[in-house]
Design a binder for this molecule. Sequence first.
Ligand SMILES: [Fe+2]
Length: 297
Amino acid sequence: MSWGAISRMGYVALHSTDPAQAVDHAQRILGLTETGRSGNAVFLSSAARLHHELVYLDAPKNAVGHFGLVASGLAGLDSVRRRVREAGLRIVAESPLLPGVADGFSFEGPEGFVYEIYVDMQTASYVPAPHRPERYGHINLHPQDATAYKDFLVDILDFKLCDVIGDGFGYFLRCNTEHHGIALISGRGWMHHHAWQVQSLVQLGELGDRLWESGSRLLMGPVRHGESGRNIAAYYVEPTGAVVELYADMRHIYDDDAPVNHMSTDSIDWATQWAKYDASEFRSHGIFPASETIASR
Ligand SMILES: [Fe+2]
């Protein structure tokens, strides 16, 4: 259930200097399935079996290409188009950047991150994968001005605010019942992580085993997040330099008018209720938005 112009999170498109390595890693470690290729782009999906939920575009620099958000039908798409024009934001493309969707457009939001708003993505044929996640869930951005970024998500894209951390330090926002689709933590102006839902905590342990067996390790977790979602999560770093989260047990909010939850930065309980964690190392990974948007050739 959603209330506004955006019904759910759609996909993440990343620029990669070595797409073959990135795709191999996403298949072996994250458990996604390649659903197709189109020139400079490789498309992957989870058990959701969509045309794409993660895309790697061949590029000279590792970076965030753009984020896809699913509009609430053509009315939602038109609504966002109108607001983007009225706000004077730069239109990147009037038609979809990638194949597999019926209609859409893209624009540049705050701090250089590009969003494609679209409707009607094709489904992919079923290909079994041994440890696939259920679906793409959320992104965590570290904007330089988190408060301005929060205002953009609320005013242009109809996101609702769930949590506020400190005085403008962090915001968690949702576009449907899931506690957060986009999280904002003040930082360097990059994307920290993209996140994928799994069915069971066992899969978080199996992720740790796959990383260990491939000569790597988890970056953090498994942890129980506090009020900021209450999900149990584990994190690692993918070849582009972006962090990836697998999570289960995210809180859902069924009251559209639920009050905003305020948390203090004096405690890290909102971030983890179990082990301590080294925020400086955790926050040292991420990738910046690309200077140019690449469409699929
Ligand atoms: Fe997250």
